[in-house]
Design a protein around this ligand. Sequence first.
Ligand code: PAF
Length: 282
Amino acid sequence: MQLVTSPSKLQKICLQWRCDGSTVGLVPTMGYFHEGHKNLMRIAREKADKLVVTLFVNPTQFGENEDLSTYPADHEGDAQIARDLGADILFIPDAGSMYAKDHATWVDVPQLAKDLCATSRPTHFRGVSTVVTKLLILTLPEYAVFGEKDWQQLAIIRRLVRDLHLPTNIIGGELIREKDGLAMSSRNAYLTPEERAQAVHINAGIRAGAAVFEQGEHDVEKLKAVIRAHWQRHLPLGKEDYLEFIDPDSLEPVTTITDKARCAVAVYVGKGRLLDNWPFYL
Ligand code: PAF
């Protein structure tokens, strides 16, 4: 595995691969790998001749008082994992090489980046869309794999790739959970033991709603009430950021489930803001 830090070097290698007829699979990450990341790498490894993993804690997707400076990191451990999973390149650029001092170009998908995570993180998806576009242009991959935990992010990336005619197939990697159901996230590292014990109820609450849905309740307000009641009882350290039922593709809110809805949530627990989502499909 080659460690690459320069965007132009990455682009040169990937262009050469493309000219040679090799396909590239891209897994963009912010590092501190867990099973969720490994799953994305395995998917890309299987699909393409070359695997490029990127590790960049992208400053433009963090708000002013967010965790940019404290985001967990373990470059050595990550490099070992990427190597073990067959990555050809691990790309670790610095912020200066990704964003020129007078950087002035942004990619935005406002129609999908207006609610859910965007309510508390209004500039987040502009940063994500911009850096992902840069990474796709640098590597021109046949496939790029993103986790379904960030459901809104995945929908936005699919849309921008379609709208900009980028020559990449976007693949969603399933949300990987801890044994007790907590969605895996690098930010779980922020949790104290007590917070970690309660955080499991983010998902348990959603599943309590799903059980009522299976019994025939399709009214979203009633399902939300079941989930919130569970959180109130079992997750006193948590503070809801949002709990929404949305159309899985358009992300528009759903009030009665007549076909497919995704329950998407974000909950603050201690220093972490944790995401989860779950299918409510008829
Ligand atoms: O999901 C992430 O880890 C990041 O948002 C991404 C897609 C790597 C862009 O920085």
